[in-house]
Write a protein that binds this ligand. Structure first.
Ligand code: NDP
Length: 609
């Protein structure tokens, strides 16, 4: 089977002649590339950040000698985590009239991933008019379609100020334990700064891609040059700031290990500053056009109240292949959704299917991406090495306009490891295929720990009613009702991908969850009750919704994917993996279900007493 396609990857894409897809040849190539990358160690290939590697987690953006007296008081709501989820929870609880809201955050400020990821070139990959929540409430308009990290970080601090979340917040503080006290009907909170306070309710917004992940490379601790992870960018060494201008690299040979969404954004900035840049690639990303541009003031002035929610719904509807009257966002994401819209099954980022028709459309999209590489990258060998061979949604897609042209610079070398990864790290540099690359600096753009379970990212356990721990309950995977409540954990609400419906704009789900939690907390406050808790039956019912009807097409799709964090590195069945616990109908249906539940008004599935 073959098809003729014409190139166009959405928006102002690179024009290209039509190309033809040889389906059988592509299938074979996909299989071969996948096999090359599979490792029996799966998720366990990545080392634990202990011993000499523990320093990669340290926060370089704070005063390490910071101290404060321990806190001993009571608050209405404890929010664990001050990223997008925690801030949304704080904002919606504040809107609902909750007085004492305490956000506890490991980092030195609000911002979550936007606090940590200050690497040069960092910007949101989902349009900022959708990704930055509460724009109508704060009266803020992002300056660009895809805002850069300094603006996003500043905006999230503005959200904290607007909703008065700073006064009670505790930064540079990690929760060590939460214990439910049945006598007081409150959670007792323990932290690593010896705080002991009580909270009537707990919102768990501790995030998903939190802990930096290092590559499993022999000798990783032996390198004697400078080394850091992208989420702890060392501007003290590189000079410059998130906009680049890293003069400290002018005489340096820099190696970036990893070619995911982060590397796509930071490598072009490093290339501008470094004497030499080597990019060590295991699997190429799909790189589609970005087309960023400043916000048009006339467009911003034309927006009518309710515009942000409408735009968000439009975006997620397209992700699910639904008909919309207009593609409001019109970018690389929506282009892919339109192209692959005949897919049937909701994968984390868009619909897909293992049907032949869907497979063919997917191959056409990948071929467009290949054609774009050929049209930009001058060196043929480099261009070939940059071509991804897997289904589009197998990995998080990338969007950038500077990454591919960067390989035409004389100071940039792609070191393709043919799916094997870097062989070893030595005191002087990096070895690939027997060749040593001497380096002054190694940057690990190797992502975040995913797939070791919810509590591994949170970093502490919850002890609920009758001494039952959450770690016991969730040992074999999550068990919630509606994604929020665990049995025996009164007044505790989970946010994020905990058996919820998610989409490429993760904020869509977080915001709905925040409103939902504020509603429930308010309902408890309005009654004379002191606790709200899920029934076991409601949890069982939700397990049926989440796991009761596994879709063989989706399973096959993932089994055929090249390994990555979506598939727990090829271990699709990992019960703690990102795929294991998703609401199968997607974010829109999930949000509708929650809204209908609220409208029905009986708090079905919950015991309030
Ligand atoms: P990823 O996990 O996506 O990528 C890690 C990279 O490291 C991959 O290229 C991986 O290769 C490579 N790698 C791992 N081990 C080795 C090894 N031994 N040798 C060589 N290479 C290795 O991390 P990112 O930080 O790029 O992105 C993580 C997530 O963060 C994204 O998926 C996205 O959700 C989010 N993000 C969002 C952004 C935004 O909205 N602006 C921007 C950046 C990130 P392989 O593929 O073979 O495993």
């Amino acid at each position: 089977m073959s098809s003729n396609i014409s190139s166009g990857i959405g928006g102002d894409q690179q024009g290209n002649d039509s190309a033809s897809v040889d389906v059988e040849a592509m299938r074979k190539k996909y299989r071969e590339e996948r096999e090359r990358r599979l490792r029996p160690s799966g998720n366990e290939q990545f080392p634990e950040l202990v011993g000499p590697l523990a320093r990669f987690q340290a926060d370089p953006f704070v005063d390490p000698d910071f101290t404060r007296p321990p806190v001993e008081d009571e608050v209405d709501v404890l929010v664990v985590g001050g990223g997008l989820g925690g801030l949304l929870a704080g904002a919606e609880l504040r809107k609902a009239g909750v007085k004492r809201i305490r956000i506890v955050e490991r980092a030195g400020d609000f911002g979550g991933v936007w606090y940590w990821n200050r690497y040069p070139g960092a910007m949101c990959d989902v349009e900022s008019y959708l990704y930055l929540p509460l724009l109508e409430e704060t009266g803020y308009m992002p300056t660009e379609k895809y805002a850069h990290q300094p603006e996003i970080f500043a905006y999230l601090k503005l959200v904290g100020q607007t909703f008065d979340l700073y006064d009670d917040a505790l930064f540079q503080t990690a929760i060590t334990k939460l214990e439910w006290d049945d006598n007081r009907q409150k959670w007792l909170v323990h932290t690593d700064r010896n705080d002991r306070f009580a909270a009537s309710h707990v919102v768990m917004a501790s995030g998903q891609q939190v802990l930096p992940r290092l590559p499993g490379i022999a000798g990783i601790e032996k390198f004697t040059g400078h080394v850091f992870h992208t989420s702890r960018w060392d501007y003290g060494y590189t000079g410059g700031n998130a906009s680049g201008d890293m003069r400290g690299l002018a005489d340096k040979r820099v190696g970036i290990i990893g070619t995911g969404a982060t590397a796509l954004q930071c490598a072009p900035e490093v290339a501008e500053s470094a004497q030499q840049l080597f990019i060590f690639q295991r699997t190429p990303s799909t790189v589609s056009p970005r087309n960023n541009h400043p916000t048009d003031p006339a467009w911003a002035a034309s927006l009518r109240p309710g515009w942000q929610r409408e735009r968000m719904t439009n975006f997620v509807s397209m992700a699910l292949g639904k008909d919309v009257s207009e593609d409001l966002v019109d970018d690389g994401w929506t282009y892919a959704w339109k192209k692959l819209g005949k897919g049937l099954v909701d994968a984390p980022l868009g619909t897909t299917s293992s049907s032949e028709e869907a497979e063919l459309l997917d191959m056409e999209l990948i071929s467009e991406i290949h054609a774009r590489i050929d049209s930009i990258v001058e060196d043929r060998e480099t261009a070939e090495a940059l071509k991804p061979y897997y289904r589009f949604w197998c990995k998080r897609p990338g969007f950038h306009d500077g990454y591919l042209p960067m390989f035409n610079r004389p100071n940039v070398t792609l070191v393709d490891t043919h799916g094997q990864g870097v062989d070893a790290i030595t005191p002087m540099g990096v070895i690939v295929d027997g060749q040593e690359f001497e380096l002054d600096c190694i940057v690990f753009a190797t992502g975040f720990d995913v797939g070791h379970g919810y509590l591994s990212a949170a970093g502490f356990d919850l002890i609920g009613r009758d001494g039952l721990s959450l770690s016991q309950q969730w040992d074999n995977g999550l068990r919630t009702f509606h994604g929020f409540y665990a049995a025996g954990m009164p007044n505790c609400y989970f946010m994020g991908a905990t058996q919820a419906g998610t989409t490429a704009n993760f904020v869509h789900t977080l915001w709905e969850q925040a409103e939902h939690i504020a509603y429930v907390v308010n309902r408890v406050a309005e009654s004379s009750a002191t606790s709200v808790e899920t029934t076991i039956e409601a949890v069982e019912e939700w397990q049926e919704v989440i796991h009761g009807n596994p879709n063989p097409e989706l399973l096959k799709f993932w089994q055929d994917c090249t390994p990555g964090y979506f598939t727990s590195e090829g271990n699709v069945d990992n019960p703690k993996g990102i795929l294991a616990d998703r609401y199968p109908q997607g974010a829109l249906a999930y949000c509708d279900l929650l809204r209908e539940w609220r409208e029905e008004g009986s708090l079905r599935g919950l015991i309030v007493k």
